[in-house]
Every structure is written in C-alpha cells, then in structure tokens.
Design a protein around this ligand. Structure first.
Ligand code: ADP
Ligand code: ASP
Ligand code: MG
Length: 440
C-alpha cells in the first residue's frame, strides 16, 4: 500500500478534488490518502479562534459566515448527484452548527484546537461524498481514532501502528482509504494537531506505521526547488535528495515539507516523493537514504529567529559553563538551532520565544545577555559540502554588503547556516542563487 498526501491547494477547488479522484483511479496498488484542509481554511479558523480569544464574537461570527458560504458554493460545484449533495450539505451544516455553538462557550486552548480541526474533518468528508458520487470503493479512517501524541507532543508511533492496522484490517477490500492530515489526540484525549503544515507529518507517520511502499506528498509545485520560489525568480526542482538533506531543508524553512516530516520515513526506510498535483507527470523529487551527488543542492531560510548572546568573564578557562547555559533551555523545553562560542561569549538562536523572558532572567545569573529579535537563518544544504574547499569559497564569495551575524559550520556535513537580520534575507537568497547556482 502507498500513502498519498494532498495539500491545501490540491483540494482547494472542486475541479482539483475531482482531479485527485482521477489520479487515485490510475493507481495499481491500494492508497491511504491523507488530506489537508481546503487552502485558506486553516488560516480562517486561526483567525476565528483569535477573534473568540479576544472576545470579539461579532467578527468571529462574520468570519464563520464567510467560510460557511465558501463551503456551500464548493459542494454545489463539486457534486451533481442529488443524494451525494444532500449528504455533503448535512455535513457542512453539522460542522458550521458546531462553530456557532462554540461562539457561545468560553474560550480555552482545548476549544481552539477543536476549531482548528474542522478544516481537515470537512475536506475529507466532502471528498468522500465525491467518491460516493463516482462509485469509488473507499473507507474513511478517522485520524482521531489512531493518531495520538504523548505529553511531550511526540507522536506515539507504536500505538498509531496498532490502531491503524486494526482499522485497515476492517477494510481489507477497499482500494482507497481516506484520512485527515494534521489532527490528532493528545495525552489528555483532547483533539490536538501536529502544528501548521502538519499533514506532511501525518503522511510520513502513517507511511512508517503501515510500512508503505512510498510516501507521496502531492502539492502545487514540481518538487523541492534549489531556492525559495516565493522569493527568488529563477529556481529549479531537485531530482533526488537524501533523507538528511531533505530533513535539513524542511527544518530550516523549505515550506514544501513540515519540519518533522522526514524522520519517520527515514527511520523506516520509506522513500518519499514530492509531486505536483497540477503536473502529475513531472518528475518531482525523490528522497531516499542515498545522496545522488555531492555538492550544494539547495538554500532555504527560516524566519522569526531570536539570537541570544551571553557574555561572561567566568567562561575564561572554565568548564561547565555551557552546561549551565543549556540547562536553562532544557528547563523551558526550548530547542536551540545554531550555536557559536568564543572564549568569553556564547551566541545561540531559538525560534520559540514563549519562555524568552524567563530564559533571559535565568541566563543573567551567568553573564550579560543581549537578545536580537527578527533574525533569519539561511541554510545551505548538500551532501558533504563541508569537505569541499571550493564550496566554502563560492559561498562566501557570493555574499556582498550583507552583515553576517553568526556562522554555523561543521555541525553537520550537509549544512552551513548563516544568521542575518531578517531585512537581508531576500538579498542573501538572491545573492546565493547567483553565486552558488549561476541563476539571477
Ligand atoms: P501544501 O498546501 O500542498 O502543503 P505548501 O504551501 O505547504 O503546500 O508547500 C508548497 C509551497 O512551498 C510551494 O508552493 C512553494 O511556494 C513553497 N516552497 C518554499 N520553499 C520551497 C522549496 N525550496 N521548494 C519548493 N517549494 C517551496
Ligand atoms: N491544514 C493545516 C495547515 O494549513 C495542515 C496542512 O495543511 O498541512 O497548516
Ligand atoms: Mg504544507
């Protein structure tokens, strides 16, 4: 069995949903289909949640009504069979009734997660109405019955495997199994999610859980490109990447993949393919355990980074200083991305500022602390790039008039990271596109 995940734009228009059904029809093996919410829906639900949190129920109601209209039009265009349409209409009404009820309840984080889950619940159920209409044999496997995370928000792969296998066993005769991306249950049994863009993570987790032949991520672009196509004009798709390279790119900002989506596939040796729903015959990107070639493959950028510098005379010739620094971040469950040290100072970066105030307060017991907000990590990725002198020369030779705040080199053989103030990000990506790939 293969896993096929379709993102927001791939399900965002009625004709695209129909197109997915026709792609499924061409498959020679059964497919476990993971769907995102229709494009724009999760953003709209985030806004609605924020409106309710701010007690602006009037705006929340307006936004709920606008989204409701969108779904009414969507199913009218998608479905021609009256029975399938009536079924979809009832589904849409049921979910929007729920959102109206929520308006009357006091806000909580758990309630917000329920709001966010509506997108994937709606897209999968509506898609199944279309499968009914065309007579496809399918089963809908509710993600909330098998996708679980523990108290540290880590997926519980063992129990996901057991529960999912039981569900699949009940539908052995089906060629198409549909489930929701992104949503899950947490350790308290509440509805939760795998963070924004999390449907990729769902796909990779279920692929690992069922030992799928391949995990296909279908999106609106023909694979992982060498640079961010939203920022740089000329980019090209990369035919092959290793798991390590793809993981670095996903973690350091290539939006096409959720940051955590590679490890399950890597651990269970499931090839991942990035494919374009709009151009199904394009090659896309194949991600496996092998690197196709050495050299630089791509550049990516991760925004909203905080740089923290701790300066202390006590570091001089001392040991144990870094341990004390790391303990502070461990205490507040805040991962560190980049780190550089000198004899009297240590600079590091984080992307989660939830506990920044407390972290800074505790670090001040160790030395003078400076925080720079609004930084960006630009990361250059490729197989063993640290071992090639030419690449380093080319990399630094590409950069003109951009102050580099930090450099991380040698932590991984596949990654060189540069920290710059966010205002320089676009310029740096363009300069690297010219210098490393000869594209301007
Ligand atoms: P989906 O809704 O299918 O999950 P996403 O919007 O999450 O799609 O991811 C696809 C988008 O990622 C592309 O449209 C593209 O703009 C963006 N993107 C950013 N960096 C890259 C990259 N290096 N290669 C390909 N796409 C990228
Ligand atoms: N719908 C969710 C989001 O927009 C999950 C996803 O699309 O992967 O973040
Ligand atoms: Mg995505």
């Amino acid at each position: 069995m293969k896993v096929m995940k379709f993102g927001g734009t791939s399900v965002g228009k009625p004709e695209r949903m129909k197109h997915i059904a026709s792609l499924l029809n061409k498959q020679s093996e059964p497919a476990l289909v993971v769907l995102s919410a229709l494009s724009g829906t999760t953003n709209a639900l985030v806004t609605i949640g924020n409106n309710i949190a701010a007690n602006d129920r009037h705006t929340a109601l307006q936004n709920i009504n606008a989204l409701h209209e969108h779904y009414k039009t969507f199913i009218r265009e998608l479905l021609t069979d009256e029975k399938a349409y009536e079924k979809a209409k009832n589904i849409v009404e049921e979910h929007f009734d729920f959102l109206h009820i929520i308006l009357k309840i006091s806000f909580s984080e758990a309630l917000n997660k329920d709001i966010l889950a509506q997108g994937e619940l709606l897209s999968t159920k509506i898609f199944c109405c279309y499968l009914d209409e065309i007579g496809e044999s399918y089963a809908l496997l509710p993600a909330l019955e098998f996708m679980t995370i523990d108290e540290n928000e880590e997926p519980q792969l063992g129990s996901i495997r057991t529960r999912l296998s039981n569900l699949l066993e009940q539908h052995k005769d089906k060629r198409v199994l549909v489930t929701q991306g992104y949503i899950c249950r947490n350790a308290r049994g509440e509805v939760d999610n795998l963070k924004r863009g999390g449907s990729d993570y769902t796909a990779s987790l279920v692929a690992a859980a069922i030992n799928a032949s391949v995990c296909e991520i279908w999106t609106d672009i023909d694979g992982m490109h060498n640079n961010d196509p939203r920022i740089v004009n000329k980019t090209f798709p990369i035919e092959q990447l290793s798991f390590d390279e793809a993981a670095e790119l996903a973690y350091f900002g290539a939006k096409i993949l959720h940051p955590a989506s590679i490890w399950p596939a890597q651990q269970y040796k499931i090839p991942v393919k990035l494919l374009n729903t709009m151009q199904p015959d394009a090659k896309g990107t194949l991600i496996t355990g092998e690197a196709a070639s050495s050299g630089v493959k791509a550049v990516a950028a991760k925004d909203n980074i905080y740089a923290i510098k701790i300066r202390s005379g006590r570091m001089l010739l001392a040991y144990g200083f870094l341990r004390k620094v790391f303990e502070v971040f461990e205490k507040y469950k805040t991962p560190i991305d980049m780190i550089t040290t000198s004899e009297v100072a240590v600079s590091l970066t984080i992307d989660n500022a939830e506990h920044l105030k407390h972290i800074v307060k505790e670090l001040e017991a160790l030395g003078t602390v400076e925080v720079d907000e609004n930084q960006t990590i630009v990361c250059v990725v490729g197989h063993n790039i640290n071992e090639t002198e030419e690449i380093i020369k080319k990399l630094f030779g590409s950069i003109r008039n951009i102050p580099i705040r930090m450099v991380s080199y040698g932590g991984s053989p596949h990654n060189i990271s540069l920290l710059v103030a966010a205002e320089y990000k676009n310029q740096l990506l363009q300069q690297l596109n010219r210098g490393m790939f000869g594209l301007s």
